[in-house]
Design a protein around this ligand. Structure first.
Ligand SMILES: [Zn+2]
Length: 220
């Protein structure tokens, strides 16, 4: 099943250029391991980036060369689909794709899960760099996560199960990008626990009364 909610092109190109922070890179790497469409965009960006670098090193880029660059982009389209096929697709059959698995010290059930609230557990993933926090969230089937806003950007990627909020329904591989303005109440789909990879820049900000009572639990 292909993902239907993808990271923005900006994020994919930043990832390809190596300019994303480590937690965001882990999420994008994990997403593209499940998403052939984004894998192709990253491959294209990497090829184009490499070619531009060579051009810069060997010649001045003239005004009007944008058309040439765009024409080249079309050429790269073909080679990127070949590159995508060489990636091991077995990752698609296991619950934790390899780019993420490398960061986990144990199997998912054996990680040090912290109770955040009824039906919600969280475990932090340690990265070396400073920056946004990254961790895994387990939400019991049918659980409503209290309504909350965000003081910074948040990216959530579904690894198992699914959830729905006002912006849509998210299944394995899907990425929801929330900016500081989004206030939402995700509800885990019935029937299966929802496992998500979450990258958060700021504190979550509870908005409802119950969420305010639960506020301590949102301090990842
Ligand atoms: Zn994608």
């Amino acid at each position: 099943m292909n993902a239907s909610h993808h990271p923005s092109d900006d994020l994919l190109w930043s990832y390809a250029a190596g300019s994303l922070d480590e937690p965001s890179s882990i999420l994008i790497a994990t997403h593209q391991s499940l998403c052939p469409a984004c894998r192709a965009i990253v491959a294209k960006a990497e090829s184009l980036g490499g070619e531009l670098f060579e051009d810069l090193a060997s010649e001045d880029i003239e005004a009007g060369s944008l058309a040439a660059v765009l024409a080249r982009l079309d050429d790269i389209e073909d080679s990127s689909s070949i590159a995508a096929e060489t990636i091991d697709d077995e990752a698609e059959n296991i619950s934790v794709p390899r780019p993420l698995k490398d960061y986990l010290p144990a199997s998912v059930p054996s990680l040090p899960w912290r109770w955040l609230g009824p039906g919600v557990r969280y475990t932090a993933i340690n990265t070396e760099a400073r920056g946004p926090k990254i961790g895994l969230l387990r939400i019991a089937p049918g659980t409503k996560v209290p309504m909350h806003g965000h003081s910074g950007n948040e990216m959530t990627m579904v690894l198992a199960g699914g959830f729905t909020d006002a912006t849509g329904s998210y299944q394995r591989g899907d990425v929801e990008a929330a900016d500081g303005g989004l206030v939402h109440q995700p509800v885990a789909d019935a029937g299966e626990e929802c496992l998500c990879l979450v990258v958060t820049e700021g504190e979550l900000q509870p908005t409802g009364m119950i969420a305010k009572i639960l506020q301590p639990f949102f301090r990842f």
